[in-house]
Every structure is written in structure tokens, then in C-alpha cells.
Design a protein around this ligand. Structure first.
Ligand code: NDP
Length: 338
């Protein structure tokens, strides 16, 4: 089994030299399932797991710190190649917590479910029907508590979570503005995903006035994927009883940008709710999320943006690219070539 690991802890922006590909021989025991990984997810939160323990935030990461030289867990879709458990059989498709490698040995208790592709591409089950989708669905409907006609702002809007939030918001009947880091992404938001407006935040010098321009009547909902200055600018433009869902703060993960310090007096006077959340908080909506989203994808009301690299060697560059804005939509690595 060839797998990706980190050689050292990473406290700034990740580089190729931080990673290596290792090989191991797989020995299995009873009650284990061996999965051939087919498509695995590449996510920004993994960087927070790669920081040294002394690094800030380490204690509150989504999941455990990564041990140097060890396999790295990641959500994905695969096929069972051997099973010592009665509930899984050889050749079955599965979805769950796999690894950035060619195979995953799944111990009892680790997240693994049988996958019914429902006639949709397998990559959809890593992206819009996977954890990114649940994040967007739970975050938008449960945290943002939208009302029809409300004005919604989404950052990292062409990314995996952001592109889905914007589409849910449009289907629901909101006015949606997104920001992204290139003109091509901006065009895609407006022309393919149906956003009402979009702008390239890298072209703007004063984000507070930019948002004032796009939201002359104020923002009701801000779905925050980036934190930093964008969060400050959005808070400054929030309407009374507005909601800010803090999904992630990617601009703060590499230590390059400063931490957001929103004007708290605006929060008080405008009675703004700022709430962080994790996708796992919304597992209770899982059934609704899957049926609604699969239907939107089938009828073409929603578009799945998947950005696919190939082979285990491509995992480090795919991951590094997230922090440079290289990806459009859900970053996935395909590990099993057809
Ligand atoms: P994306 O697919 O959105 O990829 C990351 C994107 O972020 C890049 O393409 C880039 O787009 C943008 N970006 C990178 N660096 C910066 C920066 N310094 N400032 C502004 N934008 C930047 O990733 P995901 O959709 O997977 O994740 C989006 C956010 O959601 C992240 O913060 C992530 O940690 C969080 N998340 C939270 C979850 C939860 O349970 N709370 C679950 C999943 C994700 P651009 O070209 O626009 O700059």
C-alpha cells in the first residue's frame, strides 16, 4: 500500500517538501475490512491537524493531530477487497473514513457504510452528497435559518462548500452574492451556478465598502468560509438580527492572514448571531439532506463542481492548491484508475 504522510509538522503554508509517499505491506486481522480507495476527499481542515502541538488551535481541531509518518484519514468512496466482517462483502462499494493512500484497513468502529450510488457519479458521493454537502446543508438551513428573499453573502463561493451553499440559497429563494479569487470563478458563479452577483475579492481594496456596494440594504446572512478581514467586513454590513455561520476560517489556517476581530459593538447594536458549527452536528438531517440534494442534482437544479487529480502522488499538490485557490469546487483525488 502506498500512502501519503507528513515528514514534519506544518505551521504555515504547506509545501511539497512537507510530504512523502511511503509504502507498507498490508497484513489483515479478523474483523477488519480492506478497502481499495477509489476517490478521496482533500480538505482544508487537514492542515490544522498537521500543526505542531504547540501551535494555536491544535486543541480544538475537528479531529486528532496527525502523527508524523502515519497514514492520514480522509473521507472517501472505495470498494471492499477483503472482509473479515459479516456486514461487508468483497466487491461492495463503500463510503466512509478512508485514507490518503491506495488502501484502507478499516477497524471495527470506524465510519464505513455501504454505498448506493443512486445512479449518480461516485464523485458526487464525496462532494455534494458527502461531508461538504452536509456542511453546506446543515450550515445554511440549521445555522443560518433563512427566510425567503433574504440577502445572503457566501465567501470561497466557488469552493466545495461555498458553491453548494449558494445554490441551496438560490433554490430556497434568497438573493445571493458570492466572492472568489479569480475572474473565471466569478463568471462561473454567475453563469453556471445562478448567483445574483459575484466579485473577485483580490481586486478589492476596501472590503467593507465593496460589501456595502453589493448589499446597499445590508446582509441578512453571511456564510463564512474564510474568516479574517472578510468576516470583519461582513459583520460591519450585517442587518439587525442577521446571522453569521462560521463554517471555517481558511485565511487564518496558514498563519499568513491575521485573525478576525469583528466590531463587537455592531454585533451588539444589530443583535447579530455569530455561530460556529461542525457538519457532524447535523447528522440528524442526513436523510433529508441526501434525498433533497440527490433530487436537485438529478433534475439539474444543482450543479456538482468536482475538481479531480489522479493518483496517490497528486495528493500533496492537490492539498497545497487549496490554500492557493487552485481548485474549483470539491477537490478529490482519484486513486483507482478505470
Ligand atoms: P474549498 O473547496 O472552498 O477550497 C478552499 C478555497 O478557499 C480555495 O479554493 C480558495 O478559493 C479559498 N481560499 C484559500 N485561501 C484563502 C484566503 N487566504 N482567503 C480567502 N479565500 C481563500 O474548501 P472547502 O469547501 O472544503 O472548505 C471551505 C471552508 O469550510 C474551509 O474554511 C473549511 O475549513 C471549512 N469546512 C468546515 C466544515 C465544518 O464542519 N465546519 C466542514 C468542511 C469544510 P478562492 O479562489 O476563492 O480564494
Amino acid at each position: 500500500n502506498r500512502f501519503v504522510t507528513i515528514k514534519n509538522h506544518i505551521n504555515g503554508a504547506p509545501n511539497e517538501s512537507d510530504f512523502e509517499i511511503r509504502s507498507e505491506t498490508i497484513y489483515t486481522e479478523s474483523k477488519q475490512v480492506v478497502v481499495k480507495n477509489m476517490y478521496v476527499s482533500v480538505d482544508p481542515y487537514q492542515l490544522n491537524r498537521m500543526k505542531s502541538h504547540s501551535s494555536s488551535q491544535a486543541a480544538i481541531n475537528f479531529s486528532a493531530a496527525i502523527t508524523l509518518g502515519q497514514v492520514i484519514d480522509a473521507y472517501g468512496v472505495g470498494r471492499v477487497v477483503a472482509s473479515g466482517r459479516p456486514d461487508f462483502t468483497k466487491d461492495e462499494l463503500v463510503v466512509g473514513l478512508l485514507t490518503w493512500g491506495e488502501y484502507t484497513i478499516v477497524e471495527e468502529g470506524r465510519l464505513l457504510n455501504k454505498l448506493d450510488p443512486m445512479g449518480l457519479p461516485l464523485t458526487h458521493h464525496v462532494g455534494p452528497l458527502g461531508f461538504s454537502g452536509l456542511t453546506a446543508y446543515g450550515g445554511f438551513f440549521q445555522v443560518c435559518k433563512p427566510n425567503k428573499g433574504e440577502k445572503v453573502f457566501v465567501s470561497a463561493a466557488s469552493g466545495s462548500v461555498g458553491s453548494l451553499v449558494g445554490q441551496y440559497a438560490k433554490i430556497f429563494g434568497c438573493h445571493v452574492v458570492g466572492c472568489a479569487g479569480t475572474q473565471d470563478k466569478v463568471n462561473l458563479l454567475k453563469e453556471k451556478l445562478g448567483f445574483d452577483e459575484a466579485f473577485n475579492y483580490k481586486d478589492e481594496t476596501d472590503l467593507k465598502s465593496t460589501l456595502k456596494r453589493y448589499f446597499p440594504e445590508g446582509i441578512d446572512i453571511y456564510f463564512d468560509n474564510v474568516g479574517g478581514e472578510m468576516l470583519e467586513a461582513a459583520v460591519a454590513n450585517m442587518n439587525t438580527f442577521g446571522r453569521v455561520a462560521v463554517c471555517g476560517v481558511i485565511s487564518e489556517y496558514t498563519g499568513g492572514g491575521r485573525s478576525a476581530a469583528p466590531d463587537m459593538l455592531t454585533v451588539v447594536y444589530n443583535r447579530v448571531t455569530i455561530q460556529g458549527f461542525l457538519a457532524a452536528d447535523y447528522l440528524k438531517c442526513y436523510g433529508d439532506f441526501i434525498s433533497t440534494t440527490a433530487e436537485h442534482l438529478r433534475t439539474g437544479k444543482m450543479q456538482a463542481l468536482c475538481d479531480i487529480s489522479h493518483g496517490v502522488e497528486s495528493v500533496p499538490s492537490a492539498f497545497i492548491g487549496l490554500f492557493r485557490g487552485d481548485n474549483i469546487g470539491k477537490k478529490i483525488v482519484q486513486l483507482e484508475m478505470n
